[in-house]
Ligand binder design. Structure first.
Ligand code: 13P
Length: 252
């Protein structure tokens, strides 16, 4: 059975102290859950990771980074390597977020390199794909996500791709309050699974967790998460309030 996951991407929010408090609140919620089949991940900023690793149950919450360097070490001022993240207790890394693609010009080659480095360290990439509003209005969303998958991931062997988590995040739904309808989310998730199946076979595609991201909140999560090919969410704004994030985890 596919793993259900709710992951919180805190983006560039909270100080270390605020983050530690938020993580502790999420932790007490998660540790108190009776159904622990749902995976929970939080992705605080880099500066918080070591401190938060000490204040959560690292078996119950998957400590996640929002990014990593595309090189493993050396003279890359300001960068953080996957090895450093691993040593800080990180178990997953978000890659290919549309904000990184748009504002930091991360292209498919950089993302392929980062994916390889993350997998080499036996850390899980949470790999994001999704179309912009212009692309959706032009009706090319399926081609866009297929290209994003094939250019950055299809060099991987089947044994590697199964260690990945995908996140479909339509750019027009991120931080806009405009969520994809449950039908739109399901249509895209089903298509993404089909593209994976064509390349890697049905077994791998059926077992791959695909998260939905974009203005997910307690009031709409239940319907989105109940779609056949949606296995949970990558949450931005609503992950910054423990109460909302807890309600999202309880949405399954
Ligand atoms: P929002 O939930 O704030 O729309 O952000 C989604 C997102 O980008 C998660 O990575």
């Amino acid at each position: 059975m596919r793993k259900k996951i709710v992951a919180g991407n805190w983006k560039m929010n909270t100080t270390v102290e605020e983050g530690r408090k938020l993580a502790a609140e999420v932790n007490s919620f998660v540790v108190g859950l009776e159904n622990n089949d749902i995976g929970v991940a939080i992705a605080p900023p880099f500066t918080h990771l070591t401190e938060i690793a000490k204040s959560i149950d690292n078996d119950a919450i998957c400590l996640t980074a929002q990014n990593c360097a595309s090189e493993s070490r050396g003279a890359y001022t300001g960068e953080i390597s996957v090895g450093m993240l691993k040593a800080a207790g990180v178990k997953a890394v978000i890659l290919g977020h549309s904000e990184r693609r748009a504002y930091f010009r991360e292209d498919y080659k950089t993302l392929a390199k980062k994916t390889d480095l993350v997998l080499e360290q036996e850390i899980k990439p949470i790999f994001c794909i999704g179309e912009t509003l212009d692309e959706r209005e032009a009706g090319i969303q399926a081609d866009v996500v297929k290209k994003q998958l094939s250019e950055s991931l299809f060099h991987l062997q089947a044994t590697s791709i199964q260690n990945l988590i995908l996140a479909y995040e339509p750019v027009w739904a991120i931080g806009t309050g405009k969520t994809a309808s449950p039908e739109q989310a399901q249509e895209m998730h089903k298509y993404i699974r089909l593209v994976i199946a064509e390349k890697y076979g049905n077994d791998i595609a059926d077992n791959l967790t695909i998260l939905y991201g974009g203005s997910c909140k307690p009031s709409n999560a239940r319907e989105i998460f109940s779609q056949a090919d949606v296995d949970g969410g990558l949450i931005g704004g609503a992950a910054l309030k423990a109460e909302d994030f807890g309600a999202l985890i309880s949405s399954f």
